[in-house]
Design a protein around this ligand. Sequence first.
Ligand SMILES: NC(=O)c1ccc[n+]([C@@H]2O[C@H](COP(=O)([O-])OP(=O)(O)OC[C@H]3O[C@@H](n4cnc5c(N)ncnc54)[C@H](O)[C@@H]3O)[C@@H](O)[C@H]2O)c1
Length: 266
Amino acid sequence: MSKETVLITGGAGGLGTSCAHALKGHRLVITDYAQGPVDRAVADLKAKGFDAVGMACDITDAAAVRKLKDFTAQQGTFKGLVHTAGVSGTVGDPRKVFDINLAATAIIVDEFLELAGPGTAFVLFGSMMGHTVPPDPRYDTALRDPLKEGAYAVIEPFVQGNADTMYNFTKRGVLLICKDNAMRYGKRGARVVTVSPGVIMTAMAKKALEEHPAVMKQTLDMTPVGRYGQPEDVANAVKFLLSAEAGFITGTDVAVDGGVLSQILK
Ligand SMILES: NC(=O)c1ccc[n+]([C@@H]2O[C@H](COP(=O)([O-])OP(=O)(O)OC[C@H]3O[C@@H](n4cnc5c(N)ncnc54)[C@H](O)[C@@H]3O)[C@@H](O)[C@H]2O)c1
């Protein structure tokens, strides 16, 4: 039997790399923004005995995502997708955060629906910060449908130029997109879930530690397990969610946050 294929977006990034390492036994399709990092990630995986292929793709470009879907479909029996690609507020531009974290997620969910079949699973990346944005119909409609013309203009006034705040809104949007797509995917026998990491020690979090040390310390003090997360904590959850053992889990979020949300959202 041919190996099952799993696509990993952000496959050259911190959590993408870690997810790849947790998925030995699959054929891994590694994608990221630029060809160089993709080639390096694939070479590193192959050197470690993984079956991996790569393709660069700017996920904000729907035509490029369609090509990625076709490439993925050619690699064997499709098992699922792990969508880790994203940027934090440190990029400074709320529009960029919106386009990469939210609009691109909607593009991926729409384009890859065609590959959703019985037993497949789609794991999208939210964040614990997505849970800190309260429900509000004034922006939720736009978060749920970010590709609709004018969606950015609806959300912008609530964010007021702050890219960190936009990050939180986009991650709420990803949580909503997951719920909204559960039935659409379910009708094809597929599952769609989000994973919401807490503070995980990747390059993204290390940057936040440098830029906001007091906030990060406060977060650690409020974490019941008493430590920051490691990429493997997230990768292990992703591995489970992709597996048949998670066959009754869909349309929901799994927080991998050391319990911090239980303290923030009392
Ligand atoms: N690290 C954490 O503590 C943490 C916490 C909560 C949520 N998250 C979420 O987890 C996911 C992965 O985070 P990470 O720490 O691995 O970040 P990372 O920066 O290490 O990796 C993200 C990857 O996304 C890629 N990317 C960015 N824009 C792209 C585009 N337009 N097209 C294709 N690829 C693009 C980057 O090149 C990078 O390799 C993100 O969605 C992030 O929001 C991370």
